[in-house]
Design a protein around this ligand. Sequence first.
Ligand SMILES: [Zn+2]
Length: 304
Amino acid sequence: MKRGRNAILLACLAGTVATRVFTAPPGWGSAGISDPVPAVALSISVSAGTPAQGDPLIVDVAATGPVDNLVLLWKGTAWPLREVAAGRYEGLVGVDLLAPAIPETLVAEGWSGGKRIRADAVLAVVARRFPVQEISLPKRMADFDAPTLKRIREEARAMEERFARVTMPVLWRMPFLPPVEEFRPENFGSRRVINGEERSPHAAVDVRLPEGTPVRSIAGGTVVFAGEQFFGGRSVVIDHGGGVFSTYYHLREIAVPEGRPVRRGETIGAVGATGRATGPHLHFGVRVPGGRVDPSLLFALPGR
Ligand SMILES: [Zn+2]
């Protein structure tokens, strides 16, 4: 389905505290009672009004005056916005590849003159068709022994803990840079059925490349993991701030230590086939507020 990616102005509300009547900006239908304090109005626009499962979304918020503690409310959590100009704010959220295809409300909320102000946008999430990969494997390759299972679960839990941290400042900037020069992504969201049993979907893309191809960071950030995993092999995870992370797996070697700040475009490792990989390729994933999104769409977002 073709979806409009132009910014759509979805809603503009001000002064939603229950006991107040909101003050309409000039030209709006009058609410009848005027507020003694001029209300600051917020407006919100999103890069897609009908996003599909796995879509990242750029959010622009504008305020007609000073706002304190401005956040985006999405999927039950408050996420930071970055001020890009006076009264203009930018955020990045997304629809997880397994999120239900239902309408969801994205809210910008802040405080002005002791009052809470909000603007919201209703996003009609649509289903996306993902390829299904039926794979037959010898039993010893499809099943893991108890110590291996324990390791897999611990690594997954530790990774989820990293992704749960919302750090400041927000270090990503538009536009993001593809992680390799020849970026030909495949397999996002593939539902893998191994020996008739459904496994977790492929929440990243694979890019087939010669071993040793340099891999670079898609944006500024901090290395929050640089080490070995059972599935991912030599892996790097970068925290770009504000709940945005990028992951790079199966590396032949890692060029950055854990804890190091990295710049956009800085080499962080080289393509390999470490971990559970059948040949040299980069497994590249992106996590944004809301979940796991299609990394290839990140580079197609409207830039600034
Ligand atoms: Zn992969």
